[in-house]
Design a protein around this ligand. Structure first.
Ligand code: SF4
Length: 253
């Protein structure tokens, strides 16, 4: 189902007292594997990944009709129909109202999932006790993180976020978007081995989709995927052995 949309406008000051909602998907089976969930898209992200599929959520200026109270209302009608609610973005931890919004949803009886790129490790630590499951992006090797996100400290933040989630005991998966401008075979294997050594047990690699992407030519080395065919199958099986669970998510799967 399509995301219930926003329209762009100025951010009224009253909205700062509520979670800045950028979109809502009432039913999804994709955003928390194995669970039937609603997804709340939170506005705002300080990073500027060239492959971002939600660039309209990078700023916190959209208007979602009815705002957070409408989301709560819609969720109320879905009690008993959903396993949980996922907060996604944007980067949900950018919003100071995230903790109370997660608590509110828990109070409605839903389990809570969180999608994050780990941009704010401390804020992430603070909300982990309110989460039942986390999907944590691992976007690139340390060397490529700054170039992808525009943040010179991105690799350090992402590593701190992984450490926080690992230490928390909350169920989680790490996720990497397989962009041909960011990874070759050995780079992807190196990253997977590093994550396994850190203690990550569940890992997903999702194939890059240019459709809806902010800039399809953002990276000078972005040509065509070089992990197709039998070579990829061998690498996939090599990576799968490193984790308790490994998911390969094709671009159109
Ligand atoms: S971290 Fe996520 S939301 Fe932010 S720019 Fe990158 S892809 Fe987009």
């Amino acid at each position: 189902m399509d995301m219930l949309a926003t329209k762009t406008g100025s951010l009224p000051s009253a909205r700062a007292k509520q979670l800045a909602v950028g979109g809502f998907v009432p039913f999804s089976t994709l955003d928390w594997p194995g669970k039937f969930v609603a997804v709340v898209f939170v506005q705002g992200c300080p990073w500027r990944c060239g492959y971002c599929h939600n660039p309209h959520l990078q700023q916190r200026t959209a208007e979602f009709p009815g705002g957070w109270p409408r989301i709560v209302e819609m969720l109320e009608k879905r009690r008993g129909l959903l396993d949980g609610v996922v907060f996604s973005g944007g980067e949900p931890t950018v919003d100071p109202r995230l903790p109370e919004s997660m608590s509110e949803v828990r109070g409605q009886g839903f389990r809570v999932g969180l999608h994050t790129a780990g941009i704010y490790p401390k804020r992430l630590s603070d909300v982990l006790p309110l989460a039942d499951w986390v999907a944590l992006d691992v976007k690139a090797s340390d060397a490529n993180y700054a170039g992808l996100t525009g943040d010179p400290h991105a690799a350090r933040k992402a590593a701190a976020a992984r450490a926080a989630v690992l230490a928390s005991g909350v169920a989680f998966e790490c996720r990497t978007t397989l962009h041909p401008g960011l990874f070759d075979r050995s780079g992807l294997l190196d990253l997977a081995q590093r994550l396994a050594l850190e203690g990550v047990q569940e890992y997903a690699i999702q194939e890059f989709r240019p459709q809806g992407c902010k800039e399809t030519t953002w990276h000078p080395h972005a040509t065509t995927p070089n992990l197709a065919g039998e070579d990829w199958a061998a690498l996939q099986s090599q990576i799968a052995k490193l984790f308790r669970r490994f998911h390969w998510r094709p671009a159109h799967g």
